[in-house]
Design a protein around this ligand. Structure first.
Ligand code: GLC
Ligand code: GLC
Length: 814
């Protein structure tokens, strides 16, 4: 069953009924100001950091309830009836409800009692504000006398504190109102130099800024007393719960329509110019007023919206494909790329499943996110890499997370996740391949943000690699530390105390438990580092890396192979994990996917065998399960993985993040059929038809789909912020379609299904547009290339001579 449809032409998903199985959300803003918006206008906004600069309040544990949002109420002043055209919060039986989630905007509207109302929500580029552009049309045959009410609830900035510290919070809220603009200035009197504002283009009849005055005691957002009464009260918030609400009258003749613009924004003043006059406590509004005035003007709003459209046209144009599969096309050309922007911006911090108050940006997550983002805005990828590297520790290890506002490593969680440093090598490699900007390696970057400790970025990569060599275990495999990619395989934790963090509790000295996964990661990162060294003219160093890699491959063959698949790890007792000898958790996906994609076992049959085992034991119609059999009870020596009921999350859920590793691995053993089949099983668009089972948005990936051991097999959870976005994008574009960036040029090595006769693609790479046509002449994956009609040797197209900006590539597969 579906709840809407894709409008590929407009790059929108159109939701046609409001009661989707879960709130289906979108992100507004892609630079510094962000909003999350559901299909019924729920959600919240923040500036840069969802925890420390939260503009609007959202209630936690709120899915699918989804209340708190950008609500507009319409009231028929003759009958006194009121409703919201976004369905929530009044939940009227609306006609023609639609929500169009597009690239950086969401348009929600409906008709009720002959009044059509649609609101376009978006964040203009380069501005710290959001616009709600409301169009109301009177489709009745008589006059309509309406009141329009806007509403938002301010958050007192630090979202964590806001949700908990009421003894203080109920006394600190402050606002100012001037010319109908509501300014939220809590804590501005002391150490903050920023404030929020909420403005309206219509003549403001009245306003409210105190929640209780607006809602009335013991009422919720579904029937605010002031709206019911038809008159806001001009309340001024002193403490309690500051909100913003405007009332505007709209008299509409039959057939007449009207536009109203609301602007919600964030503004900072220089510290010495906070007040106006300086000795007063009144906000200095000099620099914000022109911004507000600009965006209350509909011509300016239209222009800003057009600019946003063009921005996305430009970003998406960098990689466009035309394959025989509509779901591939739609995801690559539109939604998967779009999701990669969101994961790059948010990491795992703010969604409807990530509260925005907990985690900052993850070190490994953000590095992996680059894989799907680097081609879109390389300059931001560069900045991110340098920020991440600056949180690296002198040991080569890394803080597991950092807060985006302070850019400091997060001490609460610390480091010792022994996979972390290698992802930096992979992130930098992706950047170098995309841009050819070798200067990044010479950038001085501090360790642990300590001034004076700066070393070239290249040295950070060297230390990342060495970090593992300094931490090998009894079998010569890398010690796992607190966890590797699988945050829930906590082999040194041994926690039996409720509520303890599995990731930060360490009851063992960590000298025994080893990770075969990190070994595979080491092989991949080591090969990249060797190539980088080679390109820098450091042949000896490159050889050293390759020797270490070869030694690690040997170790994997000796101690990391179980006969039919790769082992997963050794626990603190030196016992195997992910082996046929185990009762539960006999086979894990991570090492099958990652070792093979890193090239381990390609030459000795192990890779093929490993892929066969995945197909036999882990693959299901809803995707590939993380491990089998699921852990049926809690194992002290395994940690969080065995804390989840069977079939969920890391305990045998379909953890979509690592499905693409297997897709890539399948391309490495030459099976385009299997690779694309796995791709399709978790492709959200391909799952649209089963939206009632899948439940999450059909236009973006979710972190997990419940595995076959779960009572809800096939149900997705944790949509949007997941490494799944980048890895699927990378797998389909660079490995299955095979349009692959390399240090020297653009490689074309498709491994596509046998049934495909070919495909076309356009890829803008280092300023050159490549028009690529792939045709099948035989069943294999052998590639013969012609560049501008001339046959070339090998699979890599070098940058064109003479500054040419367009190149035609024909690839014949046989
Ligand atoms: C989550 C985490 C990621 C981790 C994965 C597996 O996606 O953000 O860092 O690798 O779970 O545990
Ligand atoms: C990952 C896992 C989750 C775990 C978390 C801890 O996100 O998916 O199960 O709780 O890491 O950081």
């Amino acid at each position: 069953m579906k709840f809407g449809y894709f409008d590929d032409e407009k790059r929108e998903y159109v939701i046609t009924r409001p009661d989707t199985p879960l709130p289906w959300i979108n992100y507004l803003g892609c630079q510094a100001y962000f909003g999350i918006i559901s299909n019924t206008a729920g959600g919240y906004s923040f500036y840069r950091d969802a925890r420390l600069r939260r503009l609007t309040r959202y209630r936690y544990n709120n899915v699918p309830y989804d209340l708190s949002g950008r609500y507009i109420y319409l009231r028929d002043d003759e009958s006194g009836e009121f409703w919201s055209s976004s369905w929530q919060p009044t939940q009227h039986d609306l006609e023609d409800y639609t929500c169009r989630h597009g690239m950086g905007y969401t348009l929600i509207g409906s008709r009720y009692c002959g009044i059509a109302a649609h609101t376009n929500y978006f964040v203009p580029l380069d501005e710290n504000l959001e616009i709600w552009q409301l169009t109301i049309a009177n489709q009745r045959s008589r006059r309509a006398s309406l009141s329009v009410f806007s509403s938002i609830e301010f958050c007192l900035w630090d979202a964590q504190d806001d949700a908990t510290n009421f003894q203080r919070n109920f006394s600190i809220g402050q606002v100012e109102i001037e010319d109908g603009v509501i300014y939220h200035k809590t804590e501005y009197r002391e150490r903050r130099d920023h404030f929020a504002y909420f403005a309206c283009s219509g003549k403001v009849e009245a306003f409210d800024t105190q929640r209780e005055a607006f809602l009335g005691p013991y009422r919720s957002w579904d029937k605010p007393a002031a709206v019911e009464r038809g008159r806001l009260t001009n309340s001024i918030a002193h403490g309690w719960a500051p909100i913003g609400a405007h009332q505007v009258k709209a008299e509409l003749a039959p057939g007449e329509s009207r536009q109203l613009i609301f602007v919600l924004g964030y503004h900072e003043n220089p510290r010495e110019q906070k007040f106006d006059p300086p000795e007063s406590q009144t906000l200095n509004k000099k620099s914000v007023k022109p911004v507000i005035a600009k965006y209350l003007d509909s011509a300016q709003v239209e222009a800003a919206f057009e600019k946003l459209r063009q921005y996305w046209d430009g970003l998406l144009a960098i990689c466009q494909v035309e394959t025989p599969d509509v779901h591939t096309n739609r995801m690559v050309n539109i939604w998967n790329a779009y999701q990669c922007m969101a994961t790059f911006n948010m990491s795992r911090s703010a969604s409807f499943y990530e509260s925005g108050i907990g985690r900052g940006l993850g070190f490994r997550d953000s590095n992996q996110d680059l894989l799907g983002f680097v081609h879109m805005v390389p300059s931001r990828a560069r900045e991110r890499i340098l920020d991440l590297a600056a949180t690296q520790l002198p040991t080569g290890g890394a803080y597991h997370q950092y807060q985006p506002l302070t850019k400091r490593g997060n001490n609460d969680i610390g480091g010792n996740f022994n996979d972390d440093p290698h992802w930096l090598i992979l992130g930098v490699a992706a950047y170098l391949k995309e841009t050819g900007d070798w200067s990044i390696l010479d950038e001085p970057v501090p360790y642990d943000n300590n001034p004076g400790s700066e070393q070239p970025l290249y040295e950070h990569l060297q230390r990342s690699f060495k970090y593992t060599l300094d931490r090998l275990g009894p079998h010569g495999l890398p010690l796992i530390g607190r966890a590797d990619w699988n945050d829930c395989l906590n082999l040194n934790c041994f926690s039996d105390t409720p509520g303890q963090s599995f990731q930060t509790t360490t009851n063992k000295d960590g000298k025994v438990a080893e990770s075969v996964f990190i070994a595979g990661l080491f092989v991949l990162a080591g090969r990249e580092l060797a190539e980088i060294a080679q390109c820098r003219g450091l042949a000896q160093e490159a050889n050293d890396y390759l020797a270490q890699v070869a030694a690690m491959e040997d170790t994997i063959r000796q101690h990391g192979w179980d006969g039919e698949w790769f082992l997963r790890a050794y626990d603190d007792f030196g016992r195997k994990i992910g082996s046929k000898e185990c009762l539960e958790g006999k086979i894990f996906i991570e090492t099958q996917g990652f070792c093979v994609l890193a090239g381990v076992g390609l030459d000795d049959g192990r890779a093929v065998k490993s892929m066969e085992s995945v197909a036999q034991y882990l693959a299901t119609e809803h995707g590939i399960i993380l491990q089998q059999p699921a852990y049926s009870k809690y194992y002290l020596e395994l940690g969080e993985i065995s804390s989840y009921p069977p079939g969920y999350k890391e305990n045998a859920g379909i953890f979509c993040h690592n499905n693409p590793w297997v897709m890539i691995a399948e391309t490495r053993v030459g099976s385009g059929d299997r690779a694309h089949d796995y791709y399709s099983r978790i492709n959200p668009s391909a799952r649209e038809a089963i939206s009632d089972l899948h439940r999450c948005e059909p236009y973006v990936y979710a972190q997990m789909i419940a595995g076959r051991d779960a009572p809800t097999f096939g149900e997705a959870k944790n949509s949007w912020l997941t490494g799944t976005a980048a890895w699927n994008y990378y797998a389909i574009t660079q490995w299955i379609l095979g349009i692959r960036t390399s240090y020297v040029g653009l490689e074309i090595s498709p491994v596509i299904p046998k049934s495909w006769r070919g495909f076309k693609a356009t890829r803008i790479f280092r300023g050159v547009t490549y028009h690529i046509a792939v045709e099948r002449a035989g069943e294999g994956n052998h590639v013969a290339l012609k560049v501008d009609g001339v046959p070339i040797k090998g699979n890599t197209v070098l940058p064109p001579a003479g500054g040419r900006k367009e190149v035609w590539v024909e690839a014949t597969l046989s």
